[in-house]
Design a protein around this ligand. Structure first.
Ligand code: AMP
Length: 212
């Protein structure tokens, strides 16, 4: 099962991807997490990406396409995968079509978590994240419910980066949805509501039902 999770920063993609990974036992490919791992390891890519992430901008298409090409070719993606955070631009979407075709794969479903912009701004400002498992929490949460780790604020969840992230999403990433709409693969899910209710709808969509 190959799934594409689409939505703005703060729409709940990471939370739903974790649920889908546990449910289907397939890897969660999150390009943002991959870049943060490169930054933490101090690799040349990490050093190049760090100021771009901190400013809420996008890493270049060429770099991102190579990152995803390397990841999708790994054997753990054979039974399927959950793609999160890519493609973020139309050129990335076109390149992903080619990559998938080369690998003999196709997406079973594109799941769009729809959240209005004012709600996204509210959710991202002050959001906390577990540095171990990447789960996100509202402000003032004391520790990660899953592993007890102390929570931190992502550099790009600081107020000065939140608005640029939403602006670049509206400009560059919203057109990506049209790229997939024609194929009849998109399930639109209201990303407001309880995590449990949204998870139920996401699972139904992944299992091929258009509405839960
Ligand atoms: P995320 O965790 O998905 O919100 O990604 C965090 C940051 O990583 C983004 O704000 C971008 O700076 C960078 N990034 C992640 N995925 C991509 C992508 N597909 N294209 C360009 N930049 C990306």
């Amino acid at each position: 099962m190959n799934l594409l999770l689409y939505g703005a920063p703060g729409s709940g993609k990471g939370t739903q991807a974790n649920m889908l990974r546990s449910h289907f036992g397939i890897p969660h490919i999150a390009t943002g997490d991959m870049l943060r791992a490169e930054i933490a390891a101090g690799t040349p890519l990490g050093r190049q990406a760090q100021p771009i992430l901190a400013a809420g901008k996008y890493v270049s298409d060429d770099i991102m396409i190579e990152v995803v090409r390397g990841r999708l070719g790994r054997p753990d993606c054979e039974p399927g995968f959950i793609m999160d955070g890519f493609p973020r631009t139309v050129p990335q979407a076109v390149a992903l079509d080619g990559l998938m075709a080369d690998l003999g794969k196709r997406f079973d479903r594109v799941i769009y978590l729809e959240v209005p912009v004012d709600e996204l701004l509210h959710r991202l400002s002050g959001r906390l994240v577990c540095p171990q498992c990447q789960r996100t929490y509202p402000p003032q949460t004391s520790a990660c419910e899953a592993d007890g780790s102390e929570l931190a604020q992502r550099e790009d969840d600081k107020p000065e980066a939140v608005r640029p992230r939403i602006e670049i999403y509206l400009e560059k990433t919203v057109p990506v949805l049209d790229h997939y709409r024609g194929g009849g693969l998109v399930s639109e899910i209201d990303g407001r509501g309880t995590i449990e209710d949204i998870s139920r709808q996401v699972l139904a969509a992944a299992n091929g039902k258009v509405r839960a």
